[in-house]
Design a protein around this ligand. Structure first.
Ligand SMILES: C[S@@+](CC[C@H](N)C(=O)[O-])C[C@H]1O[C@@H](n2cnc3c(N)ncnc32)[C@H](O)[C@@H]1O
Length: 237
């Protein structure tokens, strides 16, 4: 029996439908990340900038930076993710620097970068690996914040005076959405100020999707809204 995809009305057999929905949700998230990166570079990044990204996984910020004429360097702890991005660079014909390292200890050149743009792990919301140093694998949220502070400190060191540093973050519920709402945005602001940044601005952006709309009914069950927004926390050195 054919079943209808709730996102696009395509009809598929039960086995195929699950993969189809996952791929569609992923494609939507990818398109969204591309657009966001374009908007951020256009609005905030000086031309021909040297850009630093403490969490280069995904590659989106690197590809868009390179397509827009910037010189980007991303740090990513997982070897396989670095290899995947390098393969994708060949396919897309766009080169940028992506280094396999723990961004807490990256030996950054001081006062060298014009702009920083990053999207860190949201603690255990998505576990990337079991590697030591992978922040999504931290034992507690407090350990995670202490690790993140180290990467923020390195980013601060690498930026030129008055340079902007933009982080895409959002509040979340740990333990696969079962935990209490965790105000990650507020914690990141506190860490940023602590390492020396000034808080320049905060932008809330809508990242709603058909997939989120499909989950809206869960509000009735638990009185917890489906989050369709994230924030840009904008620091200045
Ligand atoms: C939120 S993802 C960023 C990519 C995101 N999916 C995107 O496209 O915008 C966070 C990345 O941080 C990496 N990571 C975790 N701990 C790290 C560390 N200590 N140093 C560098 N990268 C780390 C993870 O492997 C993951 O790829």
């Amino acid at each position: 029996m054919l079943l209808k995809c709730p996102l696009c009305d395509k009809k598929l057999l039960k086995q195929g439908l699950k993969n189809h929905i996952l791929n569609k949700a992923e494609a939507e998230a990818y398109k969204h990340a591309n657009l966001l990166a374009q908007m951020v570079y256009s609005a905030y990044c000086p031309s021909n900038a040297k850009v630093y990204d403490a969490f280069g996984g995904g590659g989106t910020r690197g590809f868009i930076a390179s397509m827009m004429g910037h010189k980007y360097l991303g740090v990513e702890i997982r070897n396989e993710e670095v290899d995947r991005i390098k393969k994708r660079q060949i396919e897309l014909g766009h080169k940028f620097e992506i280094i396999c390292a723990d961004s807490r200890f990256y030996p950054i050149l001081e006062d060298a970068y014009d702009f920083a743009f990053s999207c860190p792990p949201y603690y255990d919301l998505e576990i990337y690996s079991k590697m030591e140093g992978d922040m999504s694998n931290a034992q507690t949220y407090e350990d995670f914040l202490a690790m993140l502070r180290q990467s923020l400190e390195i980013t601060y060191k690498g930026l030129k005076k008055n340079a902007l540093c933009i982080w895409v973050v959002g509040n979340f519920r740990p333990n696969r959405g079962k935990g209490e709402l965790t105000h990650f945005n507020g914690d990141l602001v506190r860490l940023g100020l602590d390492v020396g940044f000034k808080l320049h601005d905060e932008v809330i952006f809508w990242g709603g999707s058909d997939a989120a709309a499909q989950r809206a009914g869960q509000f009735v069950a638990n009185r917890k809204i489906v989050r369709v927004h994230e924030s840009l926390i904008i620091f200045k050195k």
